[in-house]
Design a protein around this ligand. Sequence first.
Ligand SMILES: *Cc1c(COP(=O)(O)O)cnc(C)c1O
Ligand code: SF4
Length: 332
Amino acid sequence: MIPVKDELLHSCSWQRELAQAVTGLPELMRRLELPVPAVEPEEGGFPLRVPVGYVARMERGNPRDPLLLQVLPRAAEGRAVAGFRTDPVGDGASMVAPGVIHKYRGRVLLIASGACAIHCRYCFRRHFPYAAANPRRGEWKDALAYIAADPGIEEVILSGGDPLLLADEALARLSAGLRQIPHLRRLRIHTRLPVVLPSRVDDGLLQWLRGCGLQTVMVIHLNHPNELDDEVRCALAELATAGVTLLNQSVLLRGVNDELEVLSRLSEELFASGVMPYYLHLLDKVAGAAHFDVSEGSAISLVTELRHRLPGYLVPRLVREQEGAPAKVPVC
Ligand SMILES: *Cc1c(COP(=O)(O)O)cnc(C)c1O
Ligand code: SF4
């Protein structure tokens, strides 16, 4: 057992780091030794947010840094582009109970938290009505009842926002409820925290993962090899040691990772850290993110070349989310 005092100290440290995230454009630019661009923050829009540890992995003086581009608000976000909508994947229509999205057979997705440690400018949920979707803090009654009533559901996916922003106690309450449902086999967690706030992978979280009573899969979300540093590698190694199967999904982003060299290095370095490449997503056409779009043709040539260069198991599946489809749609 870990003494309670140490555990408190420990669990506070990621929360403190979370609270200290950079939220001002001038501060971000000052840290990177770059001039402050003139971007009017959109009223009630998607604010800048990036943990200090993630900023530390950006290259000073480089306005095209691939990590910076993922979080930097740009004037192009304000432009309306045909085909780019606020709910591009139709999640709103698949909400079957507060916070429960049931689109695919055998799996349901729980919006476990509306918050994120980082705000990625390409996020397809940037306009998602979290307040309406989110069950009140710790109120999982309706979600659990829905899952319990459908014996066809074998896997619960915790998503968000970022589900690992829930405190350990809230995760424990949720998994205790899930454990009571006999037809559940797997718990899957979609999270960016091991990448953007690796201190979240602390003793409390590892203990919860070891003891949650379901087979656990974690899909991390890493887009560029520069996002991997020693602290992230260490967090991933600890997750693997705790028995978690680690997969990665990326979004193909113009100017960030739409190069053969980058994608190839990404797969190699993920594997060296015990993570299997899973999906490479075409950008969901969300309003405000059109400047990240890579055409389907370029995406297909990139992945075809990747297949000629890497062992098959290191090539992620190129997929697109299509409203109404029974699964993610393979592109090539
Ligand atoms: C992506 C997604 C899943 C999981 O799909 P997999 O192909 O199993 O990874 C489940 N539910 C929803 C709503 C999703 O968007
Ligand atoms: S949901 Fe994922 S992609 Fe969207 S802002 Fe949060 S961490 Fe980024």
